[in-house]
Design a protein around this ligand. Structure first.
Ligand code: IDP
Ligand code: MG
Length: 139
């Protein structure tokens, strides 16, 4: 398989807790290359595009509020099978049951909030990666 790019977001909880370096270090130690990165505070229109698949779900509005609650860091990472590889590094969505050794398993837990705060986002397919990279970095 040829080299891929994925979109990683360090969510507001990760930035507030000072885990930007920890996330990047894990990506780099795995051997992926960081090819672009920026800090921003997301607005509703960017998040509505990014999370379009979740519109109408019970956690959608809390997710939007949470993602706007502070700065985030958007990262493009590159490498062979990086989309799948970063999802494994991140761990499953629920941080309580995410495997130890993963970002979410090691660094997050259920905080009793309406939306799960789990430090990172990672694209889940080549189509999502292409779409999400355009949303955050343009063409
Ligand atoms: P993912 O980030 O592991 O790909 P998605 O299903 O795409 O998970 O959901 C996007 C984000 O929405 C999750 O990372 C999490 O922050 C939040 N979320 C997903 N499912 C739930 C839920 O059932 N309750 C609360 N928050 C959720
Ligand atoms: Mg997802």
């Amino acid at each position: 398989m040829s080299s891929q790019q994925t979109l990683i977001l360090v969510k507001p909880d990760g930035v507030k807790r000072g885990l930007v370096g920890e996330v990047i270090a894990r990506v780099e130690r795995k051997g992926y290359k960081v090819s672009n990165l920026k800090m921003l505070t997301a607005d509703k229109s960017i998040l509505a595009k990014h999370y379009a698949e979740h519109e109408g779900k019970p956690f959608y509005e809390p997710l939007m509020e949470f993602m706007m609650s502070g700065p985030i860091v958007a990262i493009i990472a590159e490498g062979e099978r990086v989309i799948e590889g970063f999802r494994k590094l991140a761990g499953t969505t629920d941080p309580t049951t995410a495997e130890p050794g993963t970002i979410r398993g090691d660094l997050a837990r259920d905080m009793g909030t309406k939306v799960v705060q789990n430090i990172v986002h990672g694209s889940d397919s080549p189509e999502s990666a292409e779409r999400e990279i355009k949303i955050f970095f343009g063409n």
